[in-house]
Design a protein around this ligand. Structure first.
Ligand SMILES: [Cu+2]
Length: 501
């Protein structure tokens, strides 16, 4: 506290915290914790930390045992619906990948019972926690891995505050979804108080077309997720005009993600190591969230609108971006192969007949989408483009898409322009699925919005009071999203996976 203003603010929040902080989470002990959007405005005004909201991910409830908060995590295969008609077979915790969010107060003593319902050993790491070595979860180092059907009980006292997370410390299991947020609320809430506090978990998967199990060896990611959902299925962050907003972003995967917010300038106020002193905050509208890092940003939502929040890597703003979408080349014959096999394409195994980058293969799109795959059939966007160029092609979209390309979308001479097509068949009205992802938090968005919100994308919706109240009314009414489910054949596979004979 370097000046009087901060001193006074700190004094009041300290007083309020001592009165209110224990109350905050005591309420959550017996019921499933607060989900969805609660209005914690009054709490924030009182100087107490508001609980974080992890859109699309539940909170983990706890019980109290002589003052120890007891959490129960089950590592298990899960079915995670990431988009309409797309359910992945992932590994996560308590039925969700990412796993449920844990919220505690600084100074709490916690007991974390971890059961392993996976078919192989696992170990739970508490990322960044300053705890005794034998609680660290380093498999084979600080403990023996937890065998299938086994249990390990972790217990420690938390003196830190900030955005932390838990994850399996088995590397390939991390790539199957085994991550969860672990938020330690500061004893003395950080001034200025935030009215909204969100957790955004960043993950990516490489999934073959018509497959449901990620290929954790593959590095061509085609599903980019925010809190376990791909845009447009990710639920927007709803804030009231004028709110101070904190967003805690956590990345555990294979790629870094430069997360960009439209319409606002934020300050970076925290990392995976906790709060940054105010003197070292720095402004931005894009923050790189590297692998195994967390970044906290804060801003005053003073600019009304539906503002995109997204990873700015272009390939991370797409869904299912792989060979089934087609090559960015023209002409059916001699088109680029869609990626060669894992053995050849990635060069991790024996290359036959030659080196993966050698002349034998020539250019290909990516590094193969699966072990044992042969070259996908060359296909092209060019022929589609030729069909459609200059025509009135209303309603020629794929089944389930709400619209086709609109007349006038494609220029008469499109097919003669080198580089065409780029986005013409990858985003836009023909990709819109507004109805399929309808939910209260999306109320009032412009028709066709969902065609442009793909991959690691969602909104921060900065709503004037009347619109905010209307969205909240719908949220509280319990209007639920009904995303179309997956075909029975896939369900059958997943059932067998979860119920081995
Ligand atoms: Cu990214």
């Amino acid at each position: 506290m370097s000046n009087r203003r901060n001193f006074v603010r700190g004094f009041f929040s300290l007083t309020a915290a001592s009165l209110g902080a224990s109350r905050l989470f005591a309420q959550q002990s017996s019921t499933p914790s607060a989900r969805g959007y609660e209005d914690h405005r009054s709490g924030a005004r009182g100087g107490v930390s508001v609980p974080v909201q992890t859109t699309d991910v539940p909170d983990l409830p706890f019980t109290l045992d002589s003052g120890v908060k007891v959490f129960h995590l089950i590592a298990e295969p899960v079915k995670q619906q990431i988009a309409p008609n797309k359910v992945l077979a992932l590994w996560g915790f308590n039925g969700s990948a990412p796993g449920p969010t844990i919220q505690v107060n600084q100074g709490d003593r916690v007991r974390l019972i971890v059961d392993n319902h996976l078919p192989e050993p696992t170990s739970m790491h508490w990322h960044g926690f300053e705890i005794p070595h034998n609680m660290d979860g380093g498999p084979g180092i600080s403990q023996q891995p937890i065998k299938p059907g086994g249990r390990f009980v972790y217990e420690f006292t938390l003196h830190q505050a900030g955005t932390y997370f838990y994850h399996s410390h088995m590397a390939m299991q991390e790539m199957m979804g085994m991550l969860g947020a672990f938020i330690m609320h500061a004893k003395q809430p950080h001034p200025p108080a935030a009215e909204k506090d969100f957790v955004v978990l960043l993950q990516e998967y490489a999934v073959l077309p018509n497959n449901i199990v990620p290929n954790s060896m593959n590095m061509e990611f085609n599903w980019l997720l925010i809190n376990g959902k791909a845009g447009p299925a990710a639920t927007p962050l709803i804030v009231r005009l004028g709110d101070r907003v904190r967003i805690r972003m956590i990345n555990l995967g294979m790629d870094h993600h430069p997360i960009h917010l439209h319409g606002h300038t934020f300050v970076v106020t925290g990392t995976e190591g906790g709060r940054i002193p105010e003197t070292a905050w720095y402004p931005g509208n894009t923050v790189l969230v590297g692998v195994a890092q967390a970044r906290e940003i804060e801003f005053v939502a003073n600019n009304p609108g539906d503002w995109m929040l997204h990873c700015h890597l272009p390939h991370h703003m797409m869904n299912q971006m792989s060979s089934n979408i087609g090559m960015m080349t023209r002409g059916g014959r001699g088109a680029m192969p869609a990626g060669v096999s894992m053995e050849n394409g990635m060069g991790m195994l024996t290359g036959e007949p030659g080196a993966p980058a050698g002349d034998d293969y020539g250019p290909s799109l990516g590094r193969g989408m699966g072990v044992g795959s042969t070259n996908d059939q060359p296909t092209t966007n060019g022929s589609i483009a030729k069909q459609n160029a200059g025509k009135n092609t209303d309603r020629q979209g794929m089944p389930g898409m709400q619209m086709g390309t609109e007349s006038g979308d494609i220029a008469q001479d499109a097919d003669s322009v080198p580089g065409f097509p780029q986005d013409a068949y990858m985003e836009g009205p023909m990709m819109a699925v507004d109805e399929m992802v309808s939910k209260p938090e999306n109320y009032g968005l412009p028709s066709g919005w969902s065609g442009f919100m793909q991959g690691m994308m969602t909104f921060v919706r900065v709503l004037p009071p009347d619109q905010y109240d209307e969205v909240m009314r719908r949220v509280h009414k319990g209007e639920k999203q009904q995303m179309p489910d997956i075909p029975e054949t896939n369900m059958h596979d997943m059932h067998n996976m979860n119920h081995p004979k």
